[in-house]
Write a protein that binds this ligand. Structure first.
Ligand code: HGY
Ligand code: MN
Ligand code: MN
Length: 416
C-alpha cells in the first residue's frame, strides 16, 4: 500500500477534547463524567454529533455503546473496529479514553480527506462505562459485547442508590434487549484502540508511539468489616469492636502482599474505604473497602489475591468481628494479536514514528475486545505518566502522531 499523504488536525482534536471536558461534574481542569448522568448524556450527544459530522452512520446499542460506521466497498466482509471510552472517574483528566474516541473520528476524517476508501467497513466505537464508578465493575459495555458478562448479570448490577443498570439504561434511551449487545467473533477482523499510556515509559524514552503486546489481568473485590460501634468517649479500649481497625490492618497487608509476593508488574490498591457512621465521636461500626489487584502474570496475580483474601478473614477472626467478601471481577490478561501489532508497527514506520512494544498495566476495553477479535493498542505519551488526575496531559504533537498511526493502521487493516 503506497504511503497515504494524510493531514491530521491535532488542533481540531484538542479543541474537541476541551469541548467534551466541559461536560463535567467537577470544576476544570478536573473532569468527572459518570455513566448516564446529565453530563455523560451531554458527552454522548457530543460524540454522536462528531460521528455524524464525519459522515459515519450512527447507532447506539441496548447497553449504551455508541457506533459510527464508515461503510466499506465490501460491506459484507468482517469490519475493522476502533474506539475507546469517554466516561471519566471522579476528579480525573480529559485524555483517558477520549483520545481513542475523538482521535478515531479524526483518523476517519483524515483518511476521507486523503481520498481513501476502505474495503472493509470501519466502526468507531464509544464503549459504555469503561470506568467502574457507577456499577463497581469496569468495561461494562465491552464485557457484555464480548460475552464476558451475561446480560442477566449486567441488568441486575446496582449503583450506590440501588438503581439497576437495566432501569438506568432504559431511562437513558438505550432500548432493546441486552442479549442483542453480544458481538460474534466473526463480526470484526481486527480491533485497535488508541490510548494515552497512563505510565512514564514513552516519555522517559522520548518515544512517540507504544504498541501494546499484552494487557494486564485485573481483579477486584469488596470487603465489609462489621464491628459494634458505640460512643467514642464512653466505650473503653479493650471493650471495643472498632470496624476500621481490621480494615486498616488489611490496607497495609495489601501493599505488603504486592511488594513481597508479587513481581515488578504486580500492583494492588485500596481505592475506596467508607466508614460508618462517619462521625468524629462514634466508634466505626462498619468499614467497607475495595481491593484492586493486577499483574501481567495470571498465576502471580491469583497468588497475591488469595493471600490478601485469607488475611481479610484472619484479621476479622482475631478481632472477633464478622467480615463479608464479595468478588467483583477476576479477568485473565489479554495477549495482543501479532498481525495487528505488525500493522501498527508498519503504520508507525510509514509515519516515520519510532514505536516501542510494551504491556499495558491499566485495563481497557481492548482486554475484552481481544476475546472476540484480533486486538492491539496504540499508546501515546502522557506528561509524567500521570493519569486519573486533573493534571493528566497529552501534547498536541503526541495526539497528532497517535492519530496518524491509527489512521494508517486502519487503512492497512481495512484492506487486509
Ligand atoms: O482502571 C483502569 O485500568 C482503567 O483506567 N479503567
Ligand atoms: Mn481510566
Ligand atoms: Mn481508559
Amino acid at each position: 500500500m503506497s504511503a497515504l499523504s494524510l493531514s491530521v488536525s491535532a488542533e481540531r482534536v484538542c479543541r474537541q477534547l476541551d469541548e467534551l471536558a466541559a461536560f463535567s461534574d467537577a470544576p476544570a481542569p478536573a473532569v468527572t463524567r459518570v455513566l448516564f448522568t446529565p453530563t455523560d448524556m451531554q458527552g454522548r450527544a457530543f460524540i454522536k454529533r462528531l460521528m455524524e459530522d464525519a459522515g459515519l452512520s450512527f447507532r447506539v446499542d441496548a447497553a449504551g455503546n455508541l457506533f459510527g460506521r464508515w461503510i466499506g466497498s465490501e460491506p459484507n466482509q468482517p469490519a475493522v473496529a476502533t474506539g475507546s471510552h469517554c466516561d471519566a472517574i471522579p476528579h480525573s483528566g480529559r485524555y483517558d479514553g477520549t483520545v481513542g474516541v475523538i482521535g478515531a473520528i479524526e483518523a476517519v476524517v483524515s483518511l476521507k480527506a486523503a481520498g481513501f476508501q476502505p474495503r472493509r467497513s470501519i466502526d468507531v466505537i464509544m464503549f459504555n462505562a469503561e470506568e467502574p464508578t457507577r456499577y463497581g465493575i469496569g468495561c461494562l459495555g465491552s464485557r457484555i459485547m464480548s460475552g464476558r458478562l451475561s446480560p442477566e448479570a449486567a441488568g441486575e448490577l446496582r449503583d450506590q442508590d440501588g438503581e439497576t443498570f437495566e432501569t438506568t439504561r432504559k431511562s437513558s434511551g438505550c432500548l432493546g434487549k441486552l442479549p442483542s449487545v453480544r458481538i460474534s467473533p466473526s463480526k470484526y477482523s481486527a480491533f485497535v484502540e488508541l490510548h494515552i499510556e497512563q505510565g512514564p515509559l514513552l516519555e522517559k524514552q522520548n518515544l512517540p508511539i507504544g504498541v501494546v503486546t499484552a494487557v494486564a489481568a485485573p481483579a477486584a473485590f469488596r470487603v465489609t468489616f462489621h464491628g459494634e460501634g458505640g460512643h467514642a468517649g464512653a466505650v473503653l479500649m479493650h471493650e471495643r469492636k472498632d470496624a476500621l481497625l481490621p480494615a486498616a490492618e488489611l490496607t497495609v497487608a495489601v501493599e505488603r502482599a504486592a511488594m513481597e509476593l508479587g513481581g515488578k508488574d504486580t500492583v494492588a490498591t485500596v481505592g475506596i474505604l467508607d466508614v460508618h457512621p462517619h462521625a468524629i465521636n462514634s466508634i466505626p461500626s462498619r468499614a467497607e473497602m475495595t481491593v484492586d489487584v493486577r499483574d501481567i502474570d495470571l498465576q502471580r496475580r491469583d497468588l497475591v489475591l488469595e493471600v490478601i483474601k485469607r488475611y481479610a478473614a484472619e484479621v476479622a477472626q482475631n478481632r472477633g468481628m464478622k467480615m463479608n467478601l464479595e468478588m467483583i471481577n477476576a479477568d485473565p490478561p489479554a495477549k495482543c494479536d501479532v498481525q495487528v501489532i505488525a500493522a501498527i508497527q508498519a503504520a508507525a514506520e510509514e509515519a516515520k514514528l519510532p514505536a516501542l512494544p510494551m504491556i499495558s498495566r491499566a485495563y481497557h476495553d481492548s482486554l475484552f475486545m481481544a476475546l472476540i477479535a484480533p486486538t492491539s493498542m496504540i499508546f501515546i505519551p502522557c506528561r509524567g505518566g500521570v493519569s486519573h488526575r486533573p493534571d493528566e496531559y497529552a501534547s498536541p504533537a503526541a495526539i497528532r502522531g497517535g492519530v496518524e498511526v491509527l489512521a494508517r493502521t486502519l487503512a492497512r487493516l481495512s484492506h487486509s
